[in-house]
Design a protein around this ligand. Structure first.
Ligand code: NAP
Length: 483
């Protein structure tokens, strides 16, 4: 069940929010603490869907500043107008809480607790305490400081599942984002959503349309396979927009989430066991190699991985960036026997240089910090090219593996236009799709390959490793809005 929080603050706003979210919501939570003293019967007439009335006090992250008796009066008034559920906090004075539950005959009450600043969490102990109070639903929300903190929500829901207790457990903030998507995987009663991104009532809330249309939460079950991407930050990652629709197109019972991870080891211990595979982005491309059971030879030589898959209960890591880049270049021409200049000596340059050499190219490395290119060239057994020699060295393929020209510095290019004649130019940058380097190359008649091709190829290889199915490249392009 997707419960959409209505936050107003005006009555007009609340009506507009209900109308906007109605296609995606199963129920609405009216945040009476955030709305300007609404006439309740009018407010609740805005929907025929089930209603939760909440009046969160400041001590629990809400906006209600009145006394406790005023707050309970508001909740009683909501009760008398016939809302389906009333939310009341675990830390309400014991006697008042018991009286409140008794007045509603313990039905239609969500007993909630919100822990924003915690030192130690004992999900089992908290679950037992909340469950013993006898509310119809119990709700546990707390701030996640790392992806591994989601384990408390999952444990809470697992315990509730055993007792057939209706429960909600949410790890708030970006580090807990996946807990809002995966609640049904753990038998959770509901997830709370916002009307739209940026209009949330709690940190990390996802919009109801995203939960339904992108993640397809209504069809997630205990059997659904979970995939995702780990990184930090990970909010910019486009993987969710690609893998989720592709799973649906292939009719696969799977979901792909973003996992903002600070510590790879605790993630591997507490969250990875739920997953069937995951993509890896910065800064974990090296660290994850030490946390898996095996790494393929190519990735070892490159020194980085971007894909981790589970095979017969063991974690296996590989690198699809390198073949993804070379496959894009070879859409134009095979690199065997070609002279390839790679500008840059970082992670991308390393992967591309290694794979290009494997495919028979004669590779030259040039970099702003010359010593880095020299060292990498030596390590990979390719040529080092001092920048002063660039005009006198002829090459067939040029690769930009630096961020020069990347948004917002779109007017920059790592090389002058005069060097781009009669070559294939590949720019690893994918934002913008058409960099200055590629525009210059087109101007002098060179063949170009965009960084988006590499991104799509590496993602397609990941999808294939995860599912055994080869996705359609044009479908992938249109999902990401690439031309
Ligand atoms: P990285 O490890 O940080 O390496 C960056 C390289 O660029 C270093 O060699 C650095 O030189 C050089 N560099 C940085 N700023 C520069 C400047 N202003 N002028 C000249 N050289 C500069 O980064 P990376 O992971 O290799 O990524 C490089 C590029 O590839 C990025 O634009 C990234 O978006 C792109 N990429 C694309 C894909 C894809 O799927 N299309 C995948 C991975 C990466 P120093 O050694 O002197 O610092």
């Amino acid at each position: 069940m997707i419960i959409v929080s209505i936050v107003g603050p005006t009555m007009k706003d609340a009506f507009a929010q209900v109308a906007k979210a109605t296609p995606f919501a199963d129920a609405f939570e009216f945040r009476l603490d955030m709305l300007y003293e609404p006439p309740m019967s009018l407010l609740f007439s805005s929907t025929k869907k089930p209603i939760v009335a909440t009046c969160r006090p400041e001590r629990e992250g809400g906006e209600f500043r009145g006394s406790e008796s005023e707050r309970l009066e508001i909740l009683d008034a909501a009760s008398s107008v016939g809302v389906d559920f009333v939310d009341i906090e675990l830390n309400t004075e014991r006697k008042l809480l018991q009286e409140f539950l008794a007045r509603r005959n313990h039905r239609g009450v969500i007993l909630s607790t919100h822990l924003y600043d915690w030192k130690r969490l004992d999900a089992a102990k908290l679950y037992r305490r909340m469950q013993s109070i006898g509310a119809e639903v119990i709700k546990f929300a707390y701030t996640a400081r790392d992806a591994a903190d989601m384990r408390f929500a999952f444990e809470f829901l697992n315990l509730a599942g055993r007792d057939k207790q209706k429960a909600v457990a949410i790890a708030m903030g970006e580090f807990g984002e996946a807990s809002r998507v995966l609640c049904k995987k753990f038998g959770g009663w509901a997830t709370f959503a916002s009307v739209e991104n940026g209009k949330s009532s709690a940190p990390g809330q996802i919009s109801a349309s995203t939960l339904r249309n992108l993640y397809g939460v209504e069809s997630i079950s205990r059997k659904t396979k979970v995939f995702g991407v780990i990184g930090n930050p990970v909010q910019h990652s486009k993987g969710i927009f690609l893998h989720n629709p592709l799973f649906r197109k292939e009719k696969l019972d799977a979901v792909y989430c973003r996992f903002a991870v600070k510590d790879v080891r605790t993630f591997m211990r507490h969250v990875a066991p739920l997953l069937s595979g995951f993509s890896v982005t910065l800064p974990h491309k090296q660290a994850v190699m030490r946390a898996v059971d095996s790494v393929d030879q190519t990735s070892k030589a490159i020194g980085a991985v971007n894909t981790v898959i589970r095979r017969r209960g063991k974690w296996f890591a590989t690198n699809t960036d390198a073949p993804g880049a070379l496959d894009s270049i070879e859409q134009i021409s095979k690199v065997k026997g070609k002279r390839m200049l790679i500008v840059g000596a970082g992670g991308a340059a390393r992967a591309i240089a290694y794979e290009a050499k494997q495919r028979g190219a004669d590779v030259f490395l040039m970099n702003r910090s010359a010593s880095k290119a020299e060292g990498l060239a030596k390590e990979l057994g390719v040529h080092y090219l001092p920048s002063e020699d660039i005009r006198t060295t002829s090459v067939d393929v040029i690769v930009n593996a630096t961020p020069v020209g990347m948004m917002p510095n779109v007017d920059q290019s790592p090389l002058p236009r005069s060097l781009l004649k009669n070559v294939i130019v590949f720019d690893a940058i994918y934002n913008p799709q058409m960099t200055k380097l590629l525009k210059d190359a087109t101007h002098v008649g060179a063949s170009i390959v965009q960084g988006t091709e590499m991104y799509l190829n590496q993602a397609a290889l990941q999808f294939q490793l995860n599912t055994g199915k080869k996705p359609n490249k044009n479908t992938m392009k249109s999902l990401l809005g690439y031309s």
